[in-house]
Design a protein around this ligand. Structure first.
Ligand code: G3P
Ligand code: MG
Length: 248
């Protein structure tokens, strides 16, 4: 296992969990106000190929738009309200594109975990475009401060590697199904990020003995946090930036 893991142990899920509209700059600002130094976000492509932050394929749940986000150009997406659905205080908060998030993080020396969350059917394109945009935006960044690219979609990770092989990658899993370790190694990943209840002493040791870091999502209870640190895992993604504040 590499000694030079550059990332904080605590990662704020979608910016600030559920305390602010997910995947917006308002959420990043709130997460940072609780002391978070690393953020997870979900990134997909607009119709004109701009990487931007949105969890669902559809706009309906987290904006005042409707239908598939991937069918709109960034210019139209950028005029949507991605805050009112959450609470009146965030009315008018826009969707964020990856470039704006990069500037926010680079300005404040914050780390980023970009979950490549392709619209179905756009896995390889999304992986390649996100990797190329990250390489451009972080071109001047110091060594060890590059975003960690993660995905549930092996095709997206493979395309990211083909486009920009130097960017660190992590395989996302909701279960440790047969072949999980081999898949992560074949993709040249530096980490596996799994739903937290899946990890046990054996699987953590398997991953770490193979040179991979072990991270977990989405961990919102102290008892689960204690279990994961006792297992020797390397990172936790949480919604509860208020409960686990000012983390190391
Ligand atoms: O990246 C970890 C976590 O965000 C994966 O699940 O659905 O919250 O994107 P989801
Ligand atoms: Mg995510």
């Amino acid at each position: 296992m590499s000694d030079s893991w550059p990332y904080p142990r605590w990662i704020a899920h979608r910016g600030a969990g559920q305390l602010a509209p997910e995947n917006t700059l308002a959420a990043f600002r709130l997460g940072a106000s609780f002391g978070y130094r690393m953020f997870e976000c979900d990134v997909k492509l607009s119709a004109d190929g701009v990487p931007f932050l949105l969890h669902d394929a559809s706009l309906d749940r987290t904006s005042n738009g409707q239908g598939l986000a991937a069918e709109l150009n960034w210019d139209a997406l950028s005029r949507l309200d991605a805050g009112s659905w959450h609470s009146p205080q965030y009315a008018g908060e826009p969707l964020a594109n990856l470039e704006a998030v990069a500037h926010f993080c680079l300005d404040k020396a914050l780390a980023l975990n970009i979950e490549i969350k392709p619209t179905p059917g756009a896995e390889s394109l999304t992986g390649a475009v996100v990797a190329n945009v990250v390489a451009r935006l972080w071109a001047e960044a110091p060594q060890g401060t590059l975003p960690l690219l993660s995905s549930f979609q092996p095709d997206a990770l493979e395309a990211a590697r083909a486009a920009q092989s130097h960017l660190p990658r992590a395989l996302l899993l909701d279960a440790l199904q047969t072949g999980w370790l081999e898949t992560a190694l074949q993709l040249g990943c530096v980490a596996v990020v799994c739903q937290h209840t899946q990890w046990d002493a054996v699987s953590v040791r398997q991953a770490q003995n193979a040179g991979l870091r072990v991270l977990s999502y989405t961990v919102n209870e102290s008892s689960a946090v204690d279990r994961l640190w006792a297992l020797g895992t390397d990172g936790i993604i949480t919604d509860r930036v208020d409960l686990f504040s000012a983390p190391s």
